[in-house]
Design a binder for this molecule. Sequence first.
Ligand code: SF4
Length: 618
Amino acid sequence: MNQKNFVRSEITRNFLHDLPTSCGVYFLINQEHHIIYIGKAVNIQNRVRNHLQGDSSSPLKRDMAEKICTIQFILTRDEAEALLLEEELIKTYQPQYNIRMKDDKSYPYIHFDARGDFPSVKIARRKTAQSGYFYGPYTNSKKARDGLKILRQIFLLRGCSISESRFPLTRPCLDYELKLCCAPCVGKCHSSDYQDKLKKAQSFLEGDYLEVTSWLEEEMWKAAQLQDYEKAAQFRDHLNCLLNIIGRYRLVLPDNSDIDFIELESESNLANLVVVKVRKGRLIGIENFHVQSEENADRDYILNEFIENFYLDHFNPPTQICVQFNFNHNLPKRIKEKGYSSSIDFPRNNSELDLLHFARENAQKNLQLEKIKAIHQNLDHQQLMNELKTLLSLSSFPRLIEGVDISTFQGDESVGAIVAFFDGFPLKKRYRKYIIRESDHPDDFAMIEETLTRHFKKLIQNQAELPNLLVIDGGIGQLNSALKVLQKFSLPISVLALAKENEEIYLPGKNVALRLPPENPSLQFLQRIRNEVHRFVITFHRVRRNKKMFHSLLDDIPGIGPQRKNILLSAFNSLTDILDYSPQEISRQLKIPPQSIIEIQKKLAQEKLSLKKKGMPS
Ligand code: SF4
């Protein structure tokens, strides 16, 4: 979301009554003009008033209330827009009093669209303002993908984004063949049947297995009575698959309760929160979240913030949330305002208390692991960076390192790329790709020069942070190209080149390359950067080359005009995938003469072979 679309207004804390009573995002700002907290609210004035009064149960909130000097706000059209904007702003400003998911990692959801007669079901990388229902988040993306596959196998729901206005299509996609979709796109399924299955899939995700298993059993017998044994066998398989899954879930509560048990373990500014999910009395999942908070933030504060900022926005709350902390009494009210009839309660019996202990134990274990990981990473990393600084006689500590490489094949579709490592870890948002414009022949040195010239020009223009060290994939020639650029812009950046053949390190002004033993951690770290940029640039080059090659390859095939070319290019991620299917199958699916497919496959096989001979990846 582009923040520039919003207007930010400001008032001082004495003019609280001038704050809007409508929906939006607010910023609490201290005397030094630092944003200390960002929140969203349906009624900005009410929410900020709560903050200013300070929450007596939380010393941290009282502390924050005392520091508020001015309040800024941005009005949004609705709550969903406020939620998205708030998330983005918290990530950008990382205010002191907001708790943050560690690494700003986004957790996947299973998203049911709500539009049309045949809504699709897909993995969503994060909860957005899109219409429909979000299930999750899943802390493990494999769990989300596997869950979605099972759902689609049983309920045959579509996973494509094709607009219903384009139905009927001339043919369904491979999902129909793979028995993942009932193909409403070609009229093979009634909307009422589809909607019915959609509801059952949602009940399944909500833990109502009984409804789904009874339905499958009923359908199985119905099909058997109609002597449709193939269909009956299909329902039987689905039923077994489901019973297997359910069998894995432990019955932990005697009644049919839907309860989430939330516990926390924290130390300094690290915290781990665990949500134990029980549906219809069965333990269906344990989700854990690492969060970063203000140093020594109290437990109640983190739990309240977690439920408010993440839980309410991301999960669909069950009927009961079981906790053991002084929750803010406005929380249940806010849950109600969201349209959920969930309650927040303390444990009522020993079974519930046991589940809270179980959640706490999990949180303790996770925090321990996280701490050990952090200590190791920190120690290793500090030591490594110090070693690197001494070894290479660097003028500054190499916090931000960039790796540079180019990829070309006889000057064709040449590209350059930059990767970045910050504090020893890849910083993907600083990765950059460049299509070489100036050099149309294979001149590595000129291409390095062009890539770096354009890169630094941009960094300087945007006043972005400059790297402390440049690692060039190559030898003395590549190093000199990089030096030329650094001199051109008068940049005091350290640089080295790492050559693949003998893993030699070339440094400016040194006649002899440095050789380190293979087990040296500094060498291994530099190799990691070099390999990462190599991987990144090769992938980019391959994508561009394949696109071009496939376009021209299809040009000469009889029977393949522009329309069929487009059909083929959009049906397969990579044209080499065509080799995995029989010409008859593709012909049937895409309505292209089998002879043309055979021709394409022949050409592709030849092309693959010639690339292999040249030592190029296909
Ligand atoms: S079969 Fe049709 S509706 Fe189903 S996923 Fe494929 S294109 Fe979409």
